[in-house]
Design a binder for this molecule. Structure first.
Ligand SMILES: O=C(O)CCC(=O)C(=O)O
Length: 243
């Protein structure tokens, strides 16, 4: 977690762009009713059925979103981790994530890699808080160190959520932490980190901006959703050997 990663004036611009996008409700959108997570409306036609969960393709929505996604600071962090040139995925995360007080659902324990398809399970996401994020308004919970743990498939349910009803899993989940985030804070987390998020019990919508990156040597598998959108190569800062 990096407090104050995004300078206040930039957070202000990101928030203005967010409100405009949220008001315009331009496609591509993902609705709570599409996901059917606990607390979500059961269909698009019942109360709350038009509640947006994610405004997809944040990168393409507004230059402010593209700028932070490819900023030198993010590049620096990602290149330090991957040790090579870095690509931004437009197929995964790349969204403005919302959580609504009334119809925003909770998200069970999972690893993001569950539906992603790359040569190696080695991607990193960055989550920017655009306002305060606390346990009360549905902030993220993480299990520290879980990105390196090996779990058998039966520790997860059919939808690849980590089964909180198993005693062995529950013992691990008791070590989870929910970092309190302020506007402009960033959290970097690995695609194998177990995480979850609660419902929003406040009276305001929570907004966050989320992007995912991988190293150049870790390609998306051809023919999968991970390879379905052209990626964005971050201009490299990394000095590769011999160059
Ligand atoms: O905000 C949430 O409910 C969690 C989002 C999340 O973990 C995800 O989309 O992978």
């Amino acid at each position: 977690m990096v407090p104050g990663f995004v300078p206040a004036p930039q957070v202000e611009k990101l928030n203005a762009a967010t409100r405009a996008q949220f008001a315009a409700r331009l496609d591509p959108l993902e609705f709570e009713a599409d996901l059917q997570y606990p607390g979500a409306p059961r269909s698009h036609t019942e109360a709350g059925g038009d509640t947006v969960r994610r405004l997809l393709d944040a990168y393409g929505r507004d230059p402010e979103f593209a700028e932070i996604a490819t900023s030198q600071r993010v590049r620096g962090w990602m290149e330090t981790y991957f040790g090579e040139a870095v690509l931004l995925s437009r197929a995964h995360h790349n969204c403005l994530m919302t959580k609504h007080p009334l119809y925003g659902s909770l998200t069970g324990w999972h690893r993001d890699i569950r539906y992603w398809s790359f040569e190696r399970e080695d991607l990193v996401s960055v989550w920017f808080a655009l306002g305060d994020e606390t346990v009360d308004n549905g902030a993220l919970w993480f299990v520290p160190g879980s990105h390196t743990a090996a779990f058998d498939a039966d520790r997860f349910d059919d939808a690849k959520f980590f089964r909180a009803d198993r005693a062995d899993n529950a013992a691990i989940l008791r070590t989870a932490e929910s970092p309190r985030l302020a506007s402009g804070d960033a959290v970097f987390f690995h695609c194998n980190t177990l995480h979850s998020a609660g419902k929003n019990l406040s009276d305001g919508v929570k907004f966050s901006l989320v992007y995912t990156y991988h190293g150049r040597s870790n390609a998306a598998r051809a023919g999968t959703r991970s390879a379905s959108k052209a990626e964005i190569a971050l201009k490299t800062l990394h000095q590769e050997p011999g160059r």
